[in-house]
Write a protein that binds this ligand. Structure first.
Ligand SMILES: [Zn+2]
Length: 145
């Protein structure tokens, strides 16, 4: 049976992703390739952005993951991994090496993404009740300058 609600959510997610990240983005509904515990991931894939989101999340959880990854695309484009390079070096030992500097940079980017995620979710929840209404509202978000 066709799950129309799921289709609507996923189509809306594509539009929200392009709009919030400010670039061409694809969403793959797959287990994120960054690590086994992740529910979402953001990559560069050629000139496009790529968001991977684990399928099967509740709609509001999905929206949280979506806007979090959009925040990374918007704020951290230059430091996002290329998917191809990421796959080629998946087992390379340098990945496993974590220095205090690397950890600090990672944590800073996570804080920045979480801040923008929270801001977008608040913005959306003030304008819509259901997740689809909130996603529709996000398509009218205007960055404050
Ligand atoms: Zn993150």
């Amino acid at each position: 049976m066709i799950d129309t609600n799921l289709i609507v959510l996923r189509v809306l997610a594509e539009y929200v992703a392009r709009y919030l990240s400010g670039r061409d983005v694809e969403i793959w509904w797959v287990e994120p390739e960054t690590n086994m515990a992740a529910v979402g991931a953001a990559f560069r894939n050629g000139r496009k952005g790529l968001i991977q989101i684990v399928p099967g999340l509740s709609p509001d959880r999905m929206l949280g993951v979506l806007v979090h990854e959009c925040a990374h695309l918007r704020l951290h484009w230059d430091s996002l991994p290329y998917l191809g390079a990421w796959r080629n070096t998946r087992h390379a030992s340098f990945r496993a090496v974590s220095t205090p500097e690397k950890t600090a940079r990672f944590n800073k980017r996570e804080r920045e993404a979480e801040e923008l995620e929270a801001y977008w979710l608040r913005w959306a929840s003030e304008r819509g009740e259901s997740v689809t209404d909130q996603m529709g509202a996000l398509l009218y978000w205007k960055a404050e300058s």
